[in-house]
Design a protein around this ligand. Structure first.
Ligand SMILES: [Fe+2]
Length: 262
């Protein structure tokens, strides 16, 4: 179980509510990245999420190590605490936890060694993405580095990767290494393109995702994300949807071992 010291975020309760949906991938923090532009948008998204049965989100702003103004882990914790306070002040019952979506690049291992590993809600899980046209060896090396040190890498939205010609083989390789995959609901709608639409259904059908998530950004993109969620329920089942939104976050993240280095 994650302890409170590993989720050093002031007021934030590290334990998730016993029931309700949890989104593990969101750009809910205001004015941090390409997500919500201000607190008003963050609160609007929270209201929509509550209406859809969500009880909490892990805040995963982009962490872009090659950017000199890259979001720091300690800042994300402080911003999440601030958002948590604003949500309470608005009278809303909704939980947020700190995390990040780490962009892998050639050099990320040195960066992780110097700056630390951004994890989800104080767990050992690390959400990452990359967008290269060909599968980069340094991505596989970064996964191996994390796993060797006791972290659990989660590759965000593999169905949206550009390197589709070798995707199946590469995903099999990294899943065999121990990497988990997280799909985006919106990929179901075709809004992300034909290939993501095809891949998300294939990976879902083959049971290769550990999680599906909203990856929500701004209020104006929420409807497509909710549409995708409904499609998973209709094309797969309510049980599959509940697994991704209710069971998997609790059993795979909130009850996983804490981060190796807190
Ligand atoms: Fe994201």
């Amino acid at each position: 179980m994650s302890d409170s010291s590993s989720c050093d975020a002031g007021l934030i309760d590290p334990e998730p509510p016993a029931a309700g949906r949890i989104d593990i991938h969101s750009h809910l923090l205001p004015s941090i990245d390409d997500g919500c532009v201000d607190l008003e948008q963050s609160l609007e998204c929270v209201r929509c999420l509550i209406e859809a049965g969500f009880v909490g989100s892990i805040c995963t702003p982009h962490i872009l190590p090659e950017d000199p103004a890259c979001n720091a882990i300690e800042h994300i914790r402080a911003w999440t605490t601030q958002l948590d306070r604003s949500i309470r002040e608005a009278g809303l019952a909704y939980r947020v936890w700190p995390g990040g979506e780490l962009r892998l690049y050639d050099g990320v291992i040195d960066w992780l060694g110097e700056r630390g590993v951004p994890t989800l809600a104080g767990s050992r899980c690390v959400l990452v993405d990359f967008w290269e046209a060909h599968w980069p060896k340094w991505a596989t090396d970064a996964f191996a580095w994390l796993i060797k040190r006791g972290y659990q890498p989660i590759l965000a939205h593999p169905e949206r990767l550009a390197c589709t010609h070798e995707l199946d083989k590469r995903l099999t390789e990294i899943v065999d290494m121990g990497v988990w995959l997280q799909g985006n609901f919106r990929s179901m709608t075709g809004e992300e393109g034909v290939e993501p639409d095809r891949w998300v259904r294939r990976l879902l059908g083959e049971g290769r995702y550990h999680f599906m998530a909203m990856d929500m950004h701004r209020p104006d993109t929420l409807s497509g994300r909710f549409d995708g969620l409904e499609m998973v329920q209709q094309e797969f089942s309510q049980k599959v949807l509940d697994h991704f939104l209710v069971d998997a976050p609790r059993s795979c993240i909130f009850t996983s071992d804490p981060a190796p280095h807190g």
